[in-house]
Design a binder for this molecule. Structure first.
Ligand code: KIV
Length: 249
């Protein structure tokens, strides 16, 4: 789809969100390890396990009919070597993933997964699993040297056989340069408008996240609306307005 039309990507973590994204015609659904933040309430994605990713993949996979379903390889599942990386990717594929995504320039691991028949998506820039190394969620590649590092990593990942790559929190011009340089599609998040596609976290798009990132856009005030609905339900029960005879048997 590179150069065709912008590729629409969104995360999903369970059966209903998988159905919403798929029915809306999203091209690629990512079972992101961001579930550590938005589903589990953790401050980073680091504690998320392969078993948890496999569980969420299984329940999203039941909902997805047309989108490409990609699952994140969590922290610790590919860093210790090629064998562990392939084994863990196999577990996620058996759970229903059609491809996996991993953060960083793990060229040998990507090559081994591709050889095993597993399509791989790369991820560079602000890779959240390296939160402590980066000292927080910081834009990567502002300085020339840093930008060259991000570009070099993206090249290594593409050369290793990845079919697409996420560019997260990097300057607009760097993202444009990487997009023009690589033959594979770039999928941006906080990387400006010149990528081949965009990805967002479901909870940000639906206004369910507590904070708000500059790179995200809320399409509904989900937190407020859902909170009000639950308050109304509670008030109805307390005031004996629900249930009425028509809700009974
Ligand atoms: O885990 C995730 O949701 C991601 C996307 C934000 C790219 O990696």
């Amino acid at each position: 789809m590179k150069g065709d039309r912008p590729i629409v990507c969104l995360t999903a973590y369970d059966f209903p969100s998988g159905q919403w994204a798929d029915a809306a015609g999203v091209d690629l659904i990512l079972v992101g390890d961001s579930l550590g933040n938005v589903v589990q309430g953790q401050s980073t994605t680091i504690p998320v396990t392969v078993e948890e990713m496999a569980y969420h993949t299984r329940i999203v996979a039941r909902a997805v009919r047309q989108a490409l379903l990609v699952t994140d390889m969590p922290f610790g599942s590919f860093q210790s070597g090629v064998n562990a990386a392939v084994e863990n990717a196999v577990t996620l594929m058996k759970g229903g993933a059609e491809a996996v995504k991993l953060e960083g320039p793990y060229a040998d691991e990507i090559r081994a997964m591709c050889k095993a028949g597993i399509p791989v998506m790369g991820h560079v820039g602000m890779t959240p699993q390296s939160y402590h190394q980066f000292g927080g969620f910081k834009v990567q590649g502002r300085e020339v040297e840093e930008g060259e590092r991000v570009l070099d990593e993206a090249r290594q990942i593409a050369d290793a056989g990845a079919f697409a790559i996420v560019l997260e929190l990097i300057p607009i011009d760097l993202a444009r340069f990487i997009t023009d340089t690589l033959d594979i599609p770039t999928i941006g998040i906080g990387a400006g408008p010149h990528c081949d596609g965009q990805i967002q976290v479901l909870h940000d798009v639906l206004g369910l996240s507590e904070g708000m990132f500059r790179h995200a856009k809320r399409y509904i005030e989900g937190r407020e609306l859902l909170g009000k609905a639950i308050e109304e339900y509670a008030e109805d029960v307390r005031a004996a307005r629900f249930p009425t005879r028509e809700h009974g048997f």
